[in-house]
Write a protein that binds this ligand. Structure first.
Ligand SMILES: NC(=O)C1=CN([C@@H]2O[C@H](COP(=O)(O)OP(=O)(O)OC[C@H]3O[C@@H](n4cnc5c(N)ncnc54)[C@H](OP(=O)(O)O)[C@@H]3O)[C@@H](O)[C@H]2O)C=CC1
Ligand SMILES: Nc1nc(=O)c2c([nH]1)NC[C@@H]1CN(c3ccc(C(=O)N[C@@H](CCC(=O)O)C(=O)O)cc3)C=[N+]21
Length: 280
């Protein structure tokens, strides 16, 4: 029997906790947690994220500020907006949607975000803290995945974890969190020669690749935990990186897409924005 890791339900419970904290900030300190989102261009996964994020923020009482720029925006324009948000005392968290269009230097933009407002945890200082074993501001997808595992009482300590994908948004920070939680972590990427063999030995497999149905039942040890981060649009449908129909027959636990990691990402972001507002 496979247990479906219901990210939608878990995220709902987490948002309810956040909502209580937001209400407390309003009554006790007249503070409204505020999240600023910078979106440059029209990346489809980013558009899904931004749309859901705005809706959920509203639901818990967090104020959203949206800065949307065309695909043709210059680096100076993006940096000017980041500087403005850094200096705005009402803004608790700043999130720059990735990927950025190619004319913009991603590293320079992420470095420009005030590390104290870096709600996405992408600033080198926050990534350094995470890799140093002292996580503070943690990328939302990674934080959301760890919370989902905890909600289902899935033990991480001593487990063999394979993360497929090494992006700044998902693979790298998640590896840092699993390591901090005492798992044995392997990261596979496009140069890895034996991803299939590595996956077959893993107790927990995380797919963060961006290719529909990449992970098939062949990859999975019976009873393993499968976390599907992929958000691929195929003929107007959202599908993950895992071939759900077959893998769900073999796995012990699996996240669906939609309704798995996505909602947890948003819940994590709202919780972390509230953490920052509490520190004002
Ligand atoms: N649900 C959510 O909350 C979120 C969902 N996503 C989704 O997750 C997916 C991944 O996103 P993101 O991490 O940003 O993607 P990136 O494109 O930045 O990274 C993809 C990673 O997959 C690796 N990869 C590509 N092909 C293979 C292969 N054949 N074997 C092993 N590894 C491979 C790449 O390796 P290399 O480094 O060598 O190129 C890279 O590290 C996307 O579908 C995205 O939309 C992303 C963030 C949050
Ligand atoms: N700086 C930055 N941080 C990110 O975390 C980031 C990013 N940039 N760029 C884009 C990717 C993608 N991403 C998603 C988050 C939630 C859903 C989500 O809510 N998914 C719902 C979709 C439901 C629907 O269909 O609307 C679900 O899976 O159930 C999707 C995608 C975050 N990313």
């Amino acid at each position: 029997m496979t247990t479906i890791l219901d990210g939608k339900a878990s995220a709902k419970a987490w948002r309810a906790e956040t909502k209580t904290r937001v209400a407390q900030l309003a009554t006790e300190r007249q503070i409204v947690p505020t999240l600023a989102v910078v979106l440059v261009g029209e990346d489809p996964a980013s558009q899904i994220y931004v749309r859901n994020k705005i809706k959920m923020a509203k639901q818990v009482g967090i104020k959203s500020i949206n800065k949307t720029l065309p695909t043709t925006a210059t680096q100076e324009e993006v940096l000017a907006i980041v500087a403005e948000l850094n200096h705005d005392p009402e803004v608790d968290g700043i999130l720059v949607q990735l990927p950025l269009p190619e004319q913009i230097n991603e590293e320079a933009v992420l470095l420009a975000v005030d590390p104290k407002k870096d709600v996405d945890g992408f600033h080198p200082m926050n990534l350094g803290k995470l890799w140093g074993g002292q996580p503070e501001l943690v990328p939302a997808t990674a934080a959301g995945i760890m919370r989902l595992l905890a909600d289902y009482h899935i033990q991480v300590e001593g487990k063999n974890v394979l993360i497929i994908g090494r992006s700044l948004i998902v693979g790298r920070p998640l590896a840092g969190l699993f390591l901090a939680a005492d798992a044995t972590v392997t990261i596979a990427h496009s140069h890895t020669k034996n991803t299939l063999e590595l996956a077959r030995q893993a107790d927990i497999v995380v797919a963060a690749i961006g290719q529909a149905n990449f992970v098939t039942a062949d990859f999975i040890k019976p009873g393993a935990v499968v976390i599907d981060v992929g958000t691929n649009r195929i003929d107007g449908h959202l599908v993950g990186d895992v071939e759900y129909a077959t893998v769900s027959q073999k796995a012990g636990f699996i996240t669906p897409v939609p309704g798995g990691v996505g909602p947890m990402t948003i819940a994590a972001l709202l919780s972390q924005t509230t953490d920052l507002a509490e520190k004002r």
